[in-house]
Structures are given as C-alpha cells and as structure tokens.
Design a protein around this ligand. Sequence first.
Ligand SMILES: *Cc1c(COP(=O)(O)O)cnc(C)c1O
Length: 390
Amino acid sequence: MDETIRQIIAFIRQIFRTQGFIPLHEPRFIGREKECVLQTIESTFVSSVGSLVEKFEQKIAQYTQSPYAIATVNGTSALHLALKVAGVGYDDEVITQALTFVATANAIRYLGAHPIFLDVLPETMSLSPDCVRDFLVKHAEVKSINGKKVCYNKLTGRRISACVPVHTLGHPARIDELLQICQEFGIPLVEDAAESLGTFYKGKHTGTWGLLGVVSFNGNKIITTGNGGVILTADEHLAMQARHLSTQAKKSHPWEYVHDQIGYNYRLTNIQAALGLAQIENIDFFVQRKRWLASKYREFFDGIEDIEFFSEPLESRSNYWLNAILVNDLNFREKFLKLTNTQGVMTRPLWRPLHMLRMYKGYSFKNLKITEQLYERVVCLPSSVILPKE
Ligand SMILES: *Cc1c(COP(=O)(O)O)cnc(C)c1O
C-alpha cells in the first residue's frame, strides 16, 4: 500500500518537474496579465465603472457561444442572481446534487428556498437524470398557470422552481437529458458550470444548455480574475434583469441616484476584468495542457492496480479542471491523503456531501448511495497547467 503511494508521489513530482510543494491548482499568468492590470491602475478606473468589464463579457460570450454574459464578483453571487431571475423565491424548492461545493446550496438558501438533494451518476459525478425523473414522476404535479407550466411537490405543497446540476470537476453532466425532463415538468434549468469553462458536451459549451448557466473565475478555477463569475443566458430579458440587479438596481440617469428594486453590489470590477481579459486569451492553451496532463495521469494509472482514473464521460470534451482517481477503500484513501499531503503533494477528497453538513441535514430526499460512495473513493490530484519544457 505504502509502496503504491510512494510510486504515485514520485510520478507526480516527475511530471510537475519539482521536489518542492505541489498545490492542487494554481493559476498561470503567462500572458498580458501584468500589462492589462497596470493599464487599469494607470487609467484610475479600477472599480465597477470601466470599459473592460463589458469587453470581458463579450470575450466570454464569444468563447462559450452564449448570446449574453453578465460578469459578477464571484461564482456564488452569479448563482444567487441566476436563481433569482429564473424565478426562485421564498419557500420554493430547488433540485440539485449533494455532491458539490457548498456554494451551490448556499445560493439556493440565500433566496429562502430549500434544496432537494438527489443522487448523481457514477460516470459523470453529476445529477442523475433517472433520479430526477423518478422523483418528479412520483412526487411532482404540474399545473398550468396563465398558460405556463408550474411544478409543485405534492408532498410539501411547495413550488419546484429550478433544477441546478453541477458539471462536477469540469466534466459535463447529462445536460440534454436533464433539460428534457425539466422542460416536461416546467422547471427552469440553471447550470452550475463554475468549474467547467472550456468544457463542451455534444459540441455545445456547458452552461449554455439551460435557461441560465454560471461560471466561476476564482483563483483555483481554469482561468481567474482573482474572484469573479459570470452568468450565461440566451434570454435577453433575464440578462438585462441580472445586470440591473448586479449594479444595485440603479436606473440610468445623467446625474440622479434612482433605484427601482433592492439590488446587489455584485458587478465585477474593471481591474478584475483586466486580469480576466489576459487570462481568456490563453484558454485554449490551458485546456490543451490540462487535457495533456489528464492523458499522462490516465496512462500512469492504467498500470496501477485497484486505482481507477476518472475519465471524461462519452460525447464530452472536458477541461479536466481537477483530475481525480477512485481508490477502493476508505482506509487507503485516508492513508493516501495523509502521505501525499505530509510530503508536499497536495491532494484532496471530494467535498463532504452537503446532506452531511450541519445546515443541510434533512434536505436529502432518499439515500444518496452513489454520492456517498464517490465521496469515500475519490481523491483529487494536483491539476495546475504544466508549461511545456523550454
Ligand atoms: C467554485 C465553485 C462555486 C463558487 O464560485 P466562487 O467564485 O468561488 O464564488 C460554485 N459552485 C461550484 C461547483 C464551484 O466549484
């Protein structure tokens, strides 16, 4: 057991070409980052007024082929706003997965709505279309209100006002099937694509399948603005609403301060957008290098018994944001985490499933067998972009 772990550590050190500390995921600033940020400082437009935010939004829209992109201060606020404009309200219910970063459920709770945690598929680590269908067929009732489908949970009487699958670790969910089910039941689909910029499913970028999608530019994501996020949508009205709410719901006026709603201070700043503009120029290179790293890991783990490398699902082109392996038991996982981390090779388990956290106990609908199995078996490996040798 220890011998296998030592072998893995040696491989990771060899591929990252260092005997020093290897983080899980660090950003790479290999383009015009310094120049762009410096220019912003010299212009004095460092805050949320400035032309670079819109420019950055255009670049993101272009890259993802999303008609609209609204940049926000982080992915969590993007999720919050996306859910709000999707129509999620107080005491509603929102279907999602427990196998995700806590922000997914927090954004739901910010609106006073309740998450319903359903299980994931082992092949995608993302929301299982079959579980969603089973749940809705058994417990949902669709009413027609003003000619629009509205979905209710017959058990609780609450409205089910959104479904939020996560493209876990950058791998696409079965988003076409989920979309189909949601449409049948009149439930808006909001994709948590925080981790999946650069990931395509059936040739279409993740986060552009549903009514809205959300991407994060946190420091540990594939590109970063320090802290940042974006809402993607093809719906002009929702895009305008989201942008309005992100800028304190201030009405445009030549000099007066007039606000027509309770808005949020969620707009990305110009200085962050400057960083993002330099980063997005390298997205193709980053994805290419991350896919190269994944192929090296896959090759290596093919020769290791009892460990399985997690590969992209069928019909996907994943950004391999975080590489992951599945080990066969909890004891091995603990030992692996301990040895790698004490030796300066940063590895992490998956997030503790949310239904196991104090504030989200009782929100899982049924047992979440696959979620719990994955949590016990998955270890995430160092995944930063490795620059090619000079
Ligand atoms: C990173 C992340 C978020 C939140 O994004 P922030 O920019 O950190 O606020 C939400 N959901 C998932 C799945 C994430 O990985």
